[in-house]
Design a protein around this ligand. Structure first.
Ligand code: NAP
Length: 451
C-alpha cells in the first residue's frame, strides 16, 4: 500500500466538486489530498447560486459539504480562475491529477430572431441575479411589464415562473437579494406564460415542482383542458409511466379544473407551443409562437410546427431551454454536447485529467445525481493511481504559485468569514442570510482573515 498522498486538484466547488472531493478523501490506498479551486470567492456552485432561494431544504445539502471541507487533506482556493489565474498545464505540473467539475456555465440558444433584444434574458442570468451572483448584479431586470413569457418546460422554467410570482411574505424568509425582492414584489407582472414545445406528457419538470405552482399565495395557475387531450403516442407513453409523467398529468388535470381565485398574478401553462421570433422595436414587445403537433421520429416524440401562429404581447422573456458547458483553454471540448469528451469520467485525449457532473454528462439530474457520477470518476482515477499512471510533473504548492503571481485567493476560513457575515446580517431579519453580492465585498470579507 502506497502511503504517499496523491495530490488532486478539483476545479469547481459545486455538488459534483464536493462529491468528488468526498470520494477522494475517503480513499486509503492511496491516501489523497484535495485542493478544491473555484473562480468565485464562495463555494457550493449552484447550491448557492442556482437553487431557488425559496427551496431552503434543498440548499441544506451544503451542510454535508461543510463536513467534507472539515476533513483532513481538504483545502479551498476561491477567486482562482483556471484558464486565467492558472492554466491547465500549471495544474498538471503541480498535481498528480485534475478533476474538472465546472458545470454548465452558459445557456443553450433558441436560434430565433429577436433572441438578444433588451428584455429577453437567459434564465441562467435571471437565476444568477436573484441569487446574488456577483457577475449578474448590474443586470437591470425591468419587471414593470404586465406579461412575462418563460420559454421551456423544465424545472428551471418552473423556478423562474414561481420566483416571478412570489409575494413579499413568501420572499421574506429566503436569501433572495434585497434588490430582487424589491423588484419582484413591486413588479407590474400580472401574467406569466410558460411555453412547452411538446405536450404535458413530455414536460421535463417534476411533480413536486409542478405542485408548488398550485400552492402559491399570490398567483393562480391556469391550464386549458384542451391542452390535455392526448395524441395516441402520448397517451401510450402516459400509460407506461408510473412516476413523473403520470403525476404531472394528474396535477395538470386538477389545475385545468380549478376556478381562478382572483389572486393578483396568474401562471399560465401552455403546451405544444414554440417561439419563432421575439418581436419589438429596440426592446421586447411580444413573442410570436407557432402551434405544434407531436410526431414520432426515430423512437422519440418530437414537436412539428403546424404553421398556425399567434402573437403574445410581453415585455420580458426568460429563455429556459437548458444550460450548456463552456470550453476551458487546453482541455478537450465537444461543442455539440457542451461537455468534455470522456469515458466514464476519464477525459479522452488528455493525461491525468478527469471530469464529473454536468461538464461530464450534460445538464441533467438533481443534486444527488452528482454523487454517483463523481464516485464513478474517482474510482477510475484511483485505479489509474494504483496502476502507477498518475504523477505530477513537478509537484509544488498552488498557494506559493498564486503568491508568486500576486493573485489573491480566498481560503476555506475566508469563506467561513463570508458565511458568518451573511448569516449575521440575515439573523435580525429572520432570513437564512443576506448575501454579499459584490466582488469587492466578498473579497474584502473573505481575505480579512487570510494571508
Ligand atoms: P431541462 O430539464 O433539460 O429542460 C429544458 C426544457 O427546455 C425542456 O422542456 C425542453 O423541451 C425545452 N427546450 C429545449 N430546447 C427548446 C427549444 N428550442 N424550444 C423550446 N423549448 C426547448 O433543463 P433545466 O430546466 O435547465 O434543468 C436542468 C436540470 O436541473 C434538470 O435536470 C432539472 O431537473 C434540474 N433542476 C432541478 C430542480 C429541482 O429539483 N427543484 C430545479 C432546477 C433544476 P424538450 O423536452 O422538448 O427538449
Amino acid at each position: 500500500m502506497s502511503l504517499s498522498p496523491l495530490r488532486v486538484a478539483v476545479v469547481g466547488s459545486g455538488p459534483a466538486g464536493f462529491y468528488a472531493a468526498d470520494a477522494l478523501l475517503k480513499s486509503e490506498d492511496p491516501p489523497v489530498e484535495v485542493d478544491v479551486i473555484d473562480r468565485l470567492p464562495t463555494p457550493w456552485g449552484l447550491v448557492r447560486l442556482g437553487v431557488a432561494p425559496d427551496h431552503e431544504n434543498i440548499k441544506a445539502v451544503s451542510r454535508a459539504f461543510e463536513k467534507i471541507a472539515a476533513r483532513p487533506g481538504f483545502r479551498f482556493f476561491g477567486n482562482v480562475e483556471v484558464g486565467e489565474t492558472v492554466s491547465h498545464e500549471d495544474l498538471l505540473r503541480l498535481y498528480d491529477a485534475v478533476v474538472y467539475t465546472v458545470g454548465a456555465q452558459t445557456d443553450r440558444r433558441l436560434g430565433i430572431p429577436g433572441e438578444d433584444l433588451p428584455g429577453s434574458w437567459a434564465a441562467t442570468e435571471f437565476v444568477a441575479w436573484y441569487n446574488g451572483h456577483p457577475d449578474f448584479q448590474q443586470h437591470g431586470f425591468d419587471l414593470t411589464h404586465e406579461r412575462a413569457v418563460v420559454i421551456g418546460n423544465g424545472n428551471v422554467a418552473i423556478d423562474c415562473a414561481r420566483m416571478l410570482a412570489l409575494t413579499a411574505e413568501e420572499l421574506a424568509s429566503t436569501d433572495t437579494t434585497p434588490e430582487a425582492i424589491e423588484a419582484i414584489v413591486g413588479a407590474g407582472v400580472r401574467e406569466i406564460v410558460m411555453l412547452g414545445r411538446r405536450g404535458p406528457v413530455q414536460a421535463a419538470f417534476t411533480p413536486p415542482e409542478l405542485k408548488e405552482l398550485g400552492e402559491l399565495a399570490g398567483a393562480d395557475v391556469a391550464v386549458d383542458s384542451a391542452a390535455l387531450e392526448l395524441d395516441p403516442a402520448s397517451a401510450h407513453a402516459l400509460d407506461e409511466d408510473r412516476e413523473r409523467a403520470r403525476r404531472n398529468y394528474e396535477l395538470l388535470e386538477e389545475y385545468a379544473g380549478r376556478a381562478p381565485e382572483g389572486k393578483p398574478r396568474r401562471i399560465v401553462l401552455r403546451f405544444l407551443t414554440s417561439p419563432v421570433a421575439i418581436l419589438g422595436d429596440g426592446k421586447v414587445e411580444a413573442v410570436e409562437v407557432v402551434q405544434n403537433e407531436l410526431v414520432e421520429e426515430g423512437g422519440r416524440i418530437v414537436a412539428r410546427p403546424t404553421g398556425e401562429t399567434e402573437t403574445i404581447p410581453a415585455g420580458i422573456v426568460l429563455r429556459s431551454v437548458g444550460y450548456k458547458g463552456v470550453p476551458l483553454p487546453g482541455v478537450p471540448f465537444d461543442e455539440r454536447s457542451g461537455t468534455i469528451p470522456n469515458d466514464r469520467g476519464r477525459v479522452e485525449g488528455a493525461e491525468r485529467t478527469y471530469v464529473a457532473g454536468w461538464i461530464k454528462r450534460g445538464p441533467s439530474g438533481v443534486i444527488g445525481t452528482n454523487k454517483k457520477d463523481a464516485t464513478e470518476t474517482v474510482e477510475l482515477l484511483l485505479e489509474d493511481a494504483r496502476a502507477g499512471g498518475l504523477q505530477a510533473s513537478e509537484r509544488g504548492d498552488l498557494a506559493a504559485l498564486l503568491e508568486e503571481r500576486g493573485a489573491p485567493f480566498v481560503e476555506y476560513a475566508g469563506w467561513q468569514a463570508i458565511d458568518a457575515a451573511e448569516r449575521s446580517a440575515g439573523e435580525p431579519l429572520g432570513r437564512p442570510r443576506v448575501k454579499l453580492t459584490s466582488w469587492e465585498g466578498l473579497l474584502e470579507t473573505g481575505r480579512r482573515i487570510t494571508r
